[in-house]
Design a protein around this ligand. Sequence first.
Ligand code: ATP
Ligand code: MG
Length: 315
Amino acid sequence: MTKILTVGEILVEIIAATKGDGFREVQPLTGPYPSGAPAIFVDQIGRLGFEAAIIGRVGEDDFGHLNIARLAADGVDVSGVDVAAGEATGCAFVRYRPDGARSFVYTLDGSATATLALTEAGEALMGSCGHIHIMGTALSVPGMAGIALQAVDRVKARGGTLSFDPNIRAEMLNKPSLQEKLMGLIDRTDIFLPSGNELFHFTEAADEEGAVHELLSRGIGEIVIKRGDKGATYFAPGAHLDVTAHTVEERDPTGAGDCFGGTFVALRLAGEPPETALRYANAAGARAVTEIGPMEGASTRAELERFLEDAEARR
Ligand code: ATP
Ligand code: MG
């Protein structure tokens, strides 16, 4: 079985207990929850029982400890997580507005999370894993991008594969040379996992069919467009599959895309056909939104099977 590697941010998320506009008043909070898009992605893979590892960095504090303990408990190889003495783990404070939009306060800049150092264990993972997954967020942080791209080079040079989720956030688009890095990665991607309009960031075509055609012609093997509560669509040369989303109570949408992606990539690498990977990924995304906390809704295989059986029975 191919071991899956990712590189990027490991942080805690602290969530406002009430809906409203940001953090300019005293208010109840819940957390800390383990978080960071790449961390959620590999945690989901670990919970499914597949091999995964992350190269990241945390401070020597309770927030770092919480993350490492959760990833390890879920079966993720945390040997590549560097613990930085005297530094603090990054935090994201998030509050939902009544319309579902989110406001964030990030304390990543200057935290241990935002500056990766290449360790011996990290190098060993680049030399042994057969697949690398990159989140656009890791490319947007200057202290992470170099190591993320080095991991891509090493894994691809050995004949490994790359999955890429642009995970574009408005705050990151003004980062220096990000566009160049995103475009450089797309042409090396085997499995592309954009959500909604992110597709058009990479294409000249401004309609979905044209954009998908353009990317497949450039050599991307498979594209899965994530559409939130509208489900997802899979494309490959000559193939097009749609899934409708499951009807669930959405309590916290953060992390759904990462659980979806982790499930899809792990199952495809395990040799499952696209239909099966898409069906399970759609279930993983749906389950993820029903739990408060971005990593809390990651699923085991048994949980996905139960969920899919129940969904089938409700039809
Ligand atoms: P994020 O980056 O915030 O984690 P994303 O934009 O990458 O999210 P989404 O499209 O929000 O990803 O979610 C991924 C998948 O999870 C969807 O394609 C769908 O299968 C499932 N999903 C998401 N939201 C819901 C929902 N409200 N109800 C049911 N399924 C959902
Ligand atoms: Mg996403």
